[in-house]
Design a protein around this ligand. Structure first.
Ligand code: FNR
Length: 183
């Protein structure tokens, strides 16, 4: 059946490599799988005082995640960890306690960096978060992508050097979501 994947991009930068990667990955998905990038740039800083009356942007984010069959995180690494903008979005959608939008949602994690370590440490931190949020998370294949010349083709797709690998990754993630969302 048709699947919707909520995509959280951990960068607000206009020409973000991670946003470009998320957009290009969507094109590798089968026709009945929609990758929907969610807005997180309009969320205020999370404040637990507002749990009884969360900001509208947080309520919207939670309902979009709830409506999705899976959650794909595509994130840069900031200071060897998860960027604050993404952590803030995760904190919003995980609260109030007992009312997280993430529980049980099959997760995928990848990211791109100009650095050779390719977001490995940010991804590892995100795995720790996803475990606490009770998200079944795809372990293999891992995807640590370096932003090099030719990663993207002129059309905004994945360039030839990485296309086969990322197709394998997307296929594995879509199969993972189907397995954990009942088809
Ligand atoms: C970075 N960058 C970075 N890169 C990395 O591989 N490991 C790191 O720990 C960091 N730390 C870091 C901190 C801060 C505050 C910034 C702004 C940047 C570089 C980062 O990978 C680069 O700016 C990417 O282009 C960010 O991803 P987007 O915005 O292109 O998706």
């Amino acid at each position: 059946s048709t699947l919707t994947i909520a995509v959280l991009v951990g960068s607000l930068r206009r020409d973000s490599f991670n946003r470009r990667l998320a957009t290009a990955l969507a094109r590798l998905a089968p026709g009945d799988v929609e990758f929907r990038q969610l807005e997180i740039g309009d969320l205020p800083l999370y404040n637990q005082d507002d749990d009884a009356n969360p900001p509208a942007a947080a309520q919207r984010l939670k309902s979009e995640i709830r409506a999705a069959d899976g959650v794909l995180f595509v994130t840069p690494e900031y200071n060897r960890s998860v960027p604050g903008v993404l952590k803030n979005a995760i904190d919003h959608a995980s609260r109030p306690y007992g009312h997280s939008a993430f529980a049980g949602k099959p997760a995928g994690i990848l990211g791109v960096s100009p650095g050779a370590a390719g977001t490995a440490m940010a991804q590892q931190h995100l795995r720790n978060i996803a475990a606490y949020l009770d998200m079944p998370t795809l372990n293999q294949p891992e995807a640590f992508i370096q932003a090099k010349e030719g990663l993207f083709d002129d059309d905004g797709g994945i360039g030839p050097a990485s296309r086969e690998f990322l197709q394998t990754w997307v296929d594995a993630y879509v199969a993972w979501v189907r397995k954990h969302s009942g088809g």
